[in-house]
Design a protein around this ligand. Structure first.
Ligand code: CP
Ligand code: NVA
Length: 333
């Protein structure tokens, strides 16, 4: 298999680490790897054979951890999971020291954690590719999966509008806004003013969008924002590490809950031109720590379970896109 883009030796800390072309090529590579997994028996052409990958996780994860594990194993690689209680990172040992040790033993490092500075320091010192599997600021690998899902649903990204509704300044929204700009997809960030994205980020993203003939809009008005949406996307109202502000977030974000009425207001439901996406985990009427008392939070159950909800295709695509990132940065064709 010809591996394109060739990102050998490169880090992925934010989507800014990729040119717009490389970003789209990585989504295409993921699509090819998805087809390869279906068509070819495992082990026929192992693109990560002999590669050792460290998964350094300060925060919990289902999708990112499992996607990375399955991706590496599919292609003949090996992973070692290092949770926050397993290693000395940040306690007895500094990030630069840990990075230099891991870099002598592993070919790549996937990091999930709190401060973005930690993943940057790992990248500065490890001497091997470091990938960001979520920090407080960014979640770049998620967006590769999101846009692959959109592309596979609509067959092309051209002319589409993604509307994100909710916490407009969290890691997922920051990266989604940037990813849409890079792909030339119109993006609307619908959020209360208290949770608006950083002005500097919006300005940078608008410049990228303009170059790719896309638009970026920040709006507080739900009716205006969702009209014409092809994708309605939301995320949790409280990200990992912010649990203390739950009550305030429920108050602020209740009008931004994704429900059937909001989906109707896109005007695209009848013509099957709108889907629902969520990076997951989602609070949608299930027995979770938050919803047992107050019911659904960011999305109602009828939307989450509707045929236009593509959240499990999106979750599956985490596997193929993380694999693409590993193969492009470590693989040998
Ligand atoms: N979407 C996502 O990153 O899920 P996990 O937290 O389960 O990895
Ligand atoms: N914004 C969420 C994303 C989880 C995948 C969080 O950081 O918890």
């Amino acid at each position: 298999m010809i591996i394109q883009p060739d990102l050998r030796g490169r880090h992925l800390l934010t989507l800014n680490d990729l040119s717009d072309r490389e970003f789209l090529q990585l989504i295409n590579l993921a699509q090819r790897l998805k087809e390869k997994k279906k068509e070819q028996p495992r082990g026929s052409e192992q693109l990560l054979r002999g590669k050792n990958i460290a998964l350094v996780f300060e925060k919990a994860s289902t999708r990112t951890r499992c996607a990375a594990t399955a991706a590496a194993f599919d292609e003949g690689g090996h992973v070692e999971y290092l949770g926050k209680e397993d290693i000395h990172l940040g306690k007895k040992e500094s990030v630069p020291d840990t990075a230099r040790v891991l870099g002598r033993m592993f070919d790549g490092i996937l990091f999930r954690g709190f401060a973005h500075a930690t993943v940057s320091a790992l990248a500065d010192y490890a001497g091997v590719p470091v990938w960001n599997g979520l920090t407080d600021d960014a979640h770049p690998t998620q967006i590769l999966a999101d846009l692959l899902t959109v592309k596979q649903t609509f067959e092309s990204l051209e002319g589409l509008t993604v509307v994100y509704v909710g916490d407009g300044r969290n890691n997922v929204c920051n990266s989604l806004m940037l990813g849409c700009a890079k792909a030339g997809v119109n993006f609307v960030n619908c959020c209360p003013p208290q949770l608006a994205p950083a002005k500097k980020h919006v300005k940078q993203v608008m410049q990228i969008a303009e170059k790719n003939r896309g638009t970026i809009t920040v709006s507080q008005n739900v009716d205006d924002a969702v009209r014409g949406a092809n994708v309605v996307y939301t995320d949790v109202w409280v990200s990992m590490g912010e649990e203390a502000v739950m009550d305030e977030r429920i108050r602020l974000l209740k009008p931004y809950q994704v429900n059937m009425s909001m989906m109707q207001r896109t005007g695209n439901l009848e013509s099957d031109r709108v889907i629902f996406l969520h990076c997951l985990p989602a609070f949608h009427n299930h027995d979770t720590v938050y919803t047992s008392e107050c019911g659904a939070l960011e999305v109602t159950d009828d939307v989450f379970e509707a045929p236009f909800s593509k959240v499990f295709d999106q979750a599956e695509n985490r596997l193929h896109t993380i694999k693409a990132m590993m193969v492009a940065t470590l693989g040998e064709s």
